[in-house]
Design a protein around this ligand. Structure first.
Ligand code: ADP
Ligand code: MG
Length: 287
């Protein structure tokens, strides 16, 4: 029993670069009580830049970067792209015998006779690699070769230009804003603080993001809906679970576009405001 006017709303939205997969989602957008955001690629540009390469004893900088780039050569993660870009040379003829991406942690690759790990502390701990604790700003990618720590690479990301304004406008509408991220606590805290988010949860694995989302859904008032906005890298399960899953189109993977209810055709996170605005205008026409 979706009023016919909602079909017009879908057309209006599509002209604003917002793909809405059904009138029921447009209706639901009128009752959003909370917008939950992924961090990397959603609130931040996700275009990381390598800012430091610190090899362990017995390894040089170029070798560390080459190993990391080779390990990341099959990953779509923004972190992987930045490491490959920093290496800046072709990665051809790699003898990759095994490749595994551990969502929210990093990658494990068997390259010739070497097993390479590139990822966060959780990944190192998972494989029992002893490593120093690096307390520096940025995302730290630890690298290990055959179970031995080989060094780290620091990568920095930037907050999107339209993120702060988006959060401010949502809050003015009485909508709660929360960030979920797999990234480290200090980085999450800094981003949440700068954007004035109502809340954030850090160091979450993809499954834990779903759990948090369900908890936030339960905290809503009766009839309120929860929207989740993500770029789809590591967050397709959350996109699918939210009342309204919103995927950012340009960076988003096919899996994300499939799992989402609403697709924003570009990387402007502020388009979520356009989606809500379209829903409100449509509501007025329908009534
Ligand atoms: P977010 O929730 O901020 O979008 P993800 O869940 O995609 O972040 O990833 C969480 C963390 O997992 C990253 O901050 C990084 O430490 C690690 N990670 C994930 N994929 C990779 C990869 N391909 N290479 C190195 N580290 C990775
Ligand atoms: Mg992400």
């Amino acid at each position: 029993s979706i009023p016919l006017g909602f079909f017009g709303g879908i057309g209006a939205a599509s002209r604003r670069g917002i793909l809405i997969k059904g009138g029921n989602y447009l209706e639901a957008l009128n009752h959003v009580g909370a917008v939950v955001f992924d961090k990397t690629g959603t609130l931040t540009k996700g275009t990381f830049k390598v800012t430091k390469i610190e090899p362990a004893d017995g390894m040089d900088r170029d070798e560390l970067l080459r190993i990391a780039a080779a390990a990341e050569s099959h990953s779509n993660h923004p972190i992987a792209k930045s490491i490959i870009e920093a290496y800046g040379r072709p990665l051809e003829g790699l003898d990759i015998k095994a490749y595994e991406e551990i969502a929210g942690q990093g990658v494990r690759v068997v390259l010739g006779d070497r097993e390479i790990l590139a990822g966060n502390v959780a990944l190192m701990d998972r494989y029992g690699v002893k490593h120093p604790m690096i307390d520096e700003a940025g995302t730290i990618v630890y690298v290990a070769v055959n179970g031995r720590y080989a060094g780290y690479i620091i990568i920095a990301d930037e907050i999107k230009d339209d993120a702060a304004e988006t959060i401010r406008k949502l809050k003015n509408m009485g909508i709660k804003t929360v960030m979920l991220t797999g990234d480290r606590e200090p980085i999450a805290k800094a981003v949440a603080h700068r954007l004035g988010l109502d809340g954030y949860f850090a160091e979450l694995l993809p499954d834990q993001k779903v759990e948090k989302l369900e908890q936030l859904q339960k905290d809503l008032a009766v009839g309120q809906k929860l929207a989740f906005v993500g770029d789809g890298i590591n967050d397709a399960p959350v996109l699918a679970r939210a009342d309204i899953g919103v995927a950012m189109g340009a960076l988003g993977s096919d899996a994300a576009i499939e799992a989402a209810d609403v697709v924003l055709m570009n990387d402007y996170v502020s388009r979520i405001l356009g989606a809500i605005d379209t829903a409100r205008r449509t509501q007025r026409i329908v009534q």
